[in-house]
Design a protein around this ligand. Sequence first.
Ligand code: HEM
Length: 156
Amino acid sequence: MAELHPACAPLAFLLGTWQGAGTGVYPTIEDFSYAEEVSFTHVGKPFVAYVQKTKDAGTGLPLHSEAGFLRPQPDGRVELVLAQPSGVAEVLEGTVEGRDIQLSSTAVLGTDSAKPVAATERRLWVDGEVLHSSVAMAAMGLEIQHHVVSEMYRLS
Ligand code: HEM
């Protein structure tokens, strides 16, 4: 296995696969609950690859998924590029402080058929054994507000 690129050291706390559960809300939709799995891997280069899948907590049917790359930068900064099968692509910039990553979008683009998303804010933080993930979004013409939050435990 490749050695971790030194630039990725601040993100090493994420590496591995995590599983757990979350809940989602938005003014335009019914509340929902989901199961989530995320994995963070590296290949020795100065980025960490991220893959996420979610399933409806009741039916087990696939919900949202996304994949992208965390790109650590000097001085505690981090970039994230992400693509989603809903036709949305996000570019975010933020900070990593200890085991807490906070990001805000600098660009969100959608395909012609994608639902409108103007901005996102994300936080990924580990507290004890638990990885927390949350997303707020300005979508469907609304102000930025909370959409999903989850708690996951390390599988590997
Ligand atoms: C754990 C992550 C997420 C889960 C489980 C999730 C799940 C859902 C569900 C179940 C719905 C309602 C049904 C549907 O339209 O498919 C929904 C709606 C939506 N989600 Fe998410 N979502 C997640 C993350 C995101 C992210 C990151 C974005 C944007 C970048 C996003 C944007 C939207 C939009 C635009 C809608 C449509 C709202 C509407 O039709 O009024 N979601 N999401």
